[in-house]
Design a protein around this ligand. Sequence first.
Ligand code: PEP
Length: 252
Amino acid sequence: MRQKYIVGNWKMNQSVSSLSSFFENLSIDETTCETWVSPQAMHIPRVLDAAQNIKKNFQVGAQNICEFDNGAYTGENSAESLKDLGATFTLIGHSERRHIFKEDHALLNRKIKHALKHDLTVIFCIGEQLEERKNGMTEAVLKYQLQEGLKDFPADKSLREKLIIAYEPVWAIGTGEVASPEQAQEAHHFIRKFITSDLDFQGDTVPLLYGGSVKPANAEGLLGQEDIDGALVGGASLKGEDFSALAQTASK
Ligand code: PEP
């Protein structure tokens, strides 16, 4: 059986005081899934500090990285500095980066390779928009995003093991409208097959996460699907009690 994951994407949320209350209400010591969070970069040391008493592996990552090593790139965060702060992974290609910040396939591909160079695990986010789903284009969109984003991915097995894919239908992110377990399973199954047959990954070992309005009330149906190995969670990951409930469901 593959390992399960609950990954919190805190986006541009959490303050010093809400972080304290997250940890006061967190209860994950008995859970068996991986529990990861990606706070705003400047909070990484504070989160790691607050997580010291957690009795299990709890990883902290970034939401984005700059494609360059260092230098005159005002406002960017380098992979090297994020790693220095204690980040072990980064999201790449979240729909907010694609749509608000206009990050294109080629840039995401460079960022993925750059993250690997700095030994960061990559959670590569893909997903179709509502119009694309309505027009029956979901698989074509996923295929293109995978082909372009993972183009020339290094063949090295240890680097291939650093890839996690998050299927996040754009219409379900932050909208309260969650994909049905069947819709999500269908997309995950397609992704697993495609990365195996066309991109030469050992698809049955690549963790595939679902993201889009996951909360404690709907997690069980999604996490019970054969090809869904966990969840990437925005809103419901901000409160310690909800995050804990999700981790408990993923550990069943
Ligand atoms: C996300 O931002 O990756 C996400 C899935 O958000 P939400 O859970 O709030 O829909």
